[in-house]
Design a protein around this ligand. Structure first.
Ligand code: ZN
Length: 468
């Protein structure tokens, strides 16, 4: 308080002195005459003005020194923080000034200046998010990608700035033309803020460029969900993308490698299975069953499905069960432990009448994931191995009550369909069927399966010696 008053008084005195000096200068016209202790100086106006400036500097320095002296005195008197506070306050002020200049330079498009000021501010004040962000943007502005990457990486550690940092890194990767990494970063940014429109757009464009139609459709759905896209526009674009993903697999002019790549890129697509089946059937009809097999094997490696197995069987309709088992080995190879692989193998082993092998193929499926299909297969195995009628009926009773397992279900109205169709029978939705497991819901047409297993009791030689 006293210090502030003293400063104000000092300043008033300094201004008064300045006014007095100016008055002298104007009065004398050609110079200033100063008489001190019998000596007399005559100064020209220029020299007088220079002296005046020097006086001002001396006054300012005196003020600073006085401030420091007061802080030191207080420090000596026991106030430890006075000195450090004095310096801290000065530092903070200079830091804020540098930060302001950095922001202004950034806004003015002067990347170099912004980088320098941000670095200076970073040394003076503790505002890492702000200074690092300005450094990163300034570096990007000047084209220094390495420095910008480094700054954005640093930003990743600060939680509120994570999204901005990921987006920044994505932009850099886009500038560098590394679309694959950019796509991964865009997906991360999208996961953090699914409703952020520029991110949605960047992700969508990267996904279409990578021919990831499934991903693009998911992004499109998010765009529609966040209100960024009118519903009819979304429907139209979604239909185009849906056709796109199927078209690449179906395209008869595309080389087989491109079609395999399309299958891999659309691994999550519900249309993958029907598209692969259609493509394989077309190739079989065109007389290239080997290419058809490759399509189905690739599709099985990304998403095993009974429709694929059925199409694979159509490749050689007249072979014996043993031949079929051997041939299917190539289909299963890429996904040997998948549930669908085990179920298909069990079915083929039953057809080949090797029931212990069928039981081995199923493994722990009847206990781990008892669906109607698994339990019906167990009934068939039981029957084939010559189990009692009661045991067979036991498995079938369980099958009737068990969940149906995955089936083609409409994502819009949840109606299950016996086979894939482009348009839902129930609600008319286009391309809404997905291969999913409906919650609950016992086998609707369970009784239809009973005569298949119980109604055709093929007398087996192993059954004859049984004496019960
Ligand atoms: Zn429907």
């Amino acid at each position: 308080m006293i210090w502030s008053l003293a400063r104000v008084l000092f300043f008033v005195a300094a201004v008064a002195a300045l006014a007095f000096g100016l008055g002298l200068l104007i009065e004398t016209g050609e110079g200033v005459r100063i008489a001190v202790a019998g000596w007399e100086f005559t100064l020209g106006p220029v020299v007088a003005a220079a002296l005046l400036v020097a006086l001002v500097v001396v006054v300012w320095l005196g003020l600073r020194l006085a401030g420091l002296a007061v802080a030191t005195l207080r420090f000596l008197a026991g106030d430890e923080t006075a000195v450090s506070r004095y310096f801290d306050r000065t530092r903070a002020r200079r830091g804020q000034a540098a930060l302001t200049e950095a922001l202004l330079a950034l806004a003015a498009g002067d990347g170099r200046q912004a980088a320098e000021r941000a670095a200076q501010a970073g040394r003076l004040i503790d505002q890492p998010v702000l200074t690092t962000l300005i450094s990163a943007q300034a570096a990007r502005m000047t084209g220094d990608r390495a420095r910008a990457t480094e700054a954005y990486r640093k930003l990743l550690a600060h939680d509120p700035a994570r999204f901005v940092a990921i987006r920044g890194l994505m932009q850099i990767k886009l500038d560098e033309g590394e679309t694959e990494t950019a796509l991964q970063l865009a997906q991360k940014a999208f996961a953090l803020r699914p409703g952020h429109q520029p991110t949605q757009e960047a992700l969508l464009s990267l996904q279409t460029r990578a021919h990831d139609w499934t991903g693009a459709r998911a992004t499109l759905r998010a765009q529609a969900g966040s209100g960024a896209l009118p519903r009819d526009v979304w429907k139209r674009r979604d239909a185009v993308l849906a056709l796109q993903e199927a078209r690449e697999i179906l395209d008869p002019d595309a080389p087989i490698e491109a079609r395999e790549a399309a299958i891999a890129a659309n691994r999550a697509s519900p249309d993958l299975i029907p598209a692969a089946v259609m493509a394989a059937d077309a190739l079989i009809a065109a007389g290239s069953p080997k290419k058809g097999a490759r399509i189905l094997e690739k599709a099985w490696s990304v998403r095993p499905h009974p429709d694929l197995a059925a199409a694979y069987a159509r490749l050689a309709p007249d072979e014996s069960p043993a031949q079929r088992l051997r041939r299917f080995g190539a289909l299963w190879a890429a996904n040997a432990s998948h549930d669908e692989t085990r179920l298909t193998e069990a079915e083929l082993q039953i057809a080949a009448e090797d029931f212990p092998a069928a039981r081995r193929a199923l493994g722990d499926l009847p206990t781990r994931h008892p669906t109607a299909r698994t339990l019906t297969l167990m009934a068939a195995i039981e029957r084939g191995e010559g189990g009692s009628e009661a045991a067979v009926r036991g498995w079938l009773a369980r099958a009737l009550a068990a969940p149906r397992g995955p089936q083609w279900t409409c994502a819009a109205c949840h109606t299950p369909h016996p086979a894939w169709t482009a348009v839902c029978d129930s609600c008319g939705g286009f391309d809404t069927l997905d291969w999913t497991e409906a919650a609950g819901g016992a086998l609707p047409a369970g009784e239809e399966m009973l005569p298949l297993i119980v109604g055709t009791p093929a007398p087996r030689p192993t059954e004859q010696p049984r004496a019960d």
